[in-house]
Ligand binder design. Structure first.
Ligand code: G6P
Length: 370
């Protein structure tokens, strides 16, 4: 096992550090920047099905569901096809309206999650076209779908999903851009500039790992005794906030809640005092001014602010107690880059609390029973 961990203390840390490679592997053979092409047979062979879909319904559980939420933002923004995202466990039991004009995308690292599988079977019975985004090759979900794309992230051992999540986001980005280009919603110049940026993402992830590894350890030391955490973000980074909170609660057992930053005033603001740590994801692109006013509201209530901002940021950084800098990207890529320091922060808080990071209590890597 020590050999498999490749010198890292835990699989989770190893997997966090593998992300430049796993994101790259997921794009390999698909993203051909010089030719200006995204090659995805699973999508291309059924492209009219997607183009003419009434809507796309994304079903998943846990971290994969968070990837699905970001998928909704991506596909609606770039391909202009309506998307809904549902928990597989809710979808399967609520008598949903599904027709043969719908496309259902299941996202699952393991490809074995019982609720996701059952939801897919239901969609298939109703005639929907079903598409899988799985990490495990030849898994049950991969086998029952009509088509799909594998996230080539490599085996993920840590129960808390990290590299599978960023690989899922990479696939969803490729799908959104490919469909957008085909639909004519994404013009050539924008497409070319987005794919060049996507191609450079592994380098940015590498940079973030290098610049935030020690920093997140230091921040983590100050929060070992915390009992609650709030994670806030807007737009693409709202689901990234949900995922940041999930990572922390899964492995450190600290209660954490993710929220869209603007919803704070409808509840969570009541919780804010000098004992409440608040992680706020505030990159330059994407509602930055709005986030600044959210941060002011937190500051006025003396919350402890851990801000994830772009390099050179002033306004949010000046108000924050802790600043984590990430490189600037187009908004759609920011959840990938912002997730990395949040994974590290959760990891180190859990390690300093003496928790079993790779095998958290009560959780399973793959939930094959209901
Ligand atoms: C479990 C795992 C999570 C995962 C979820 C969905 O709860 O602990 O990490 O996100 O199942 O799993 P899947 O394999 O379908 O992505």
């Amino acid at each position: 096992e020590q050999i498999e961990k490749g010198g890292y203390e835990h699989f989770m840390l190893k997997e966090i550090f593998e992300q430049p490679k796993s994101v790259h592997d997921t794009m390999r053979g698909r993203l051909l920047v010089d030719e200006g092409v995204i090659k995805m047979a699973g999508i291309w062979d059924h492209v009219e099905r997607f183009k003419n879909a009434n809507r796309i319904i994304i079903i998943a559980c846990g971290t994969s569901w968070h990837a699905g939420l970001i998928g909704e933002y991506l596909i609606e923004e770039y391909a202009r096809i309506p998307v809904e995202v549902e928990y597989a466990s809710e979808f399967r039991y609520r008598n949903p309206i599904i027709t043969d004009k719908d496309v259902v995308i299941a996202i699952s690292q393991s490809g074995e999650t019982a609720d996701t599988m059952a939801a897919l079977k239901l969609a298939k019975e109703k005639g929907a076209f079903i598409y899988g985004i799985c990490n495990v090759v030849d898994s049950s979900i991969a086998r029952i779908t009509d088509a799909g794309s594998y996230t080539h992230a490599g085996p993920e051992i840590g129960v808390a999903s990290t590299k599978a999540f960023t690989a899922q986001l990479t696939i969803l980005t490729l799908i959104a851009f490919k469909l957008g280009k085909h639909n004519g919603n994404l013009g050539n110049a924008e497409f070319m500039s987005l794919i060049a940026e996507l191609d450079a993402l592994p380098k940015k992830i590498e940079e973030v790992l290098n610049t935030t590894h020690e920093l997140t350890q230091n921040i983590a030391k100050d929060f070992v005794k915390a009992t609650n955490f709030l994670y806030l973000g807007r737009g693409y980074n709202y689901p990234a906030a949900l995922e940041g909170a999930l990572k922390l609660k899964e492995i450190s057992y600290i209660h954490a809640e993710g929220y869209p930053a603007a919803e704070m005033k409808h509840g969570p603001i009541a919780l804010i005092d000098e004992n409440m740590p608040i992680v706020i994801i505030a990159p330059k692109k994407g509602h930055y001014d709005k986030i600044v006013s959210n941060v002011q509201e937190i500051k006025a209530r003396k919350g402890k602010i851990i801000a994830v901002v772009n390099k050179g940021d002033r306004q949010v950084s000046e108000m924050a107690d802790y600043v984590i800098e990430i490189p600037e990207t187009s908004e759609c890529f920011s959840p990938i880059v912002a997730s990395v320091p949040l994974q590290l922060l959760a990891y180190y808080i859990a390690v300093y609390r003496g928790a079993n990071v790779d095998q958290p209590r009560n959780l399973a890597k793959s939930v094959t029973v209901e």
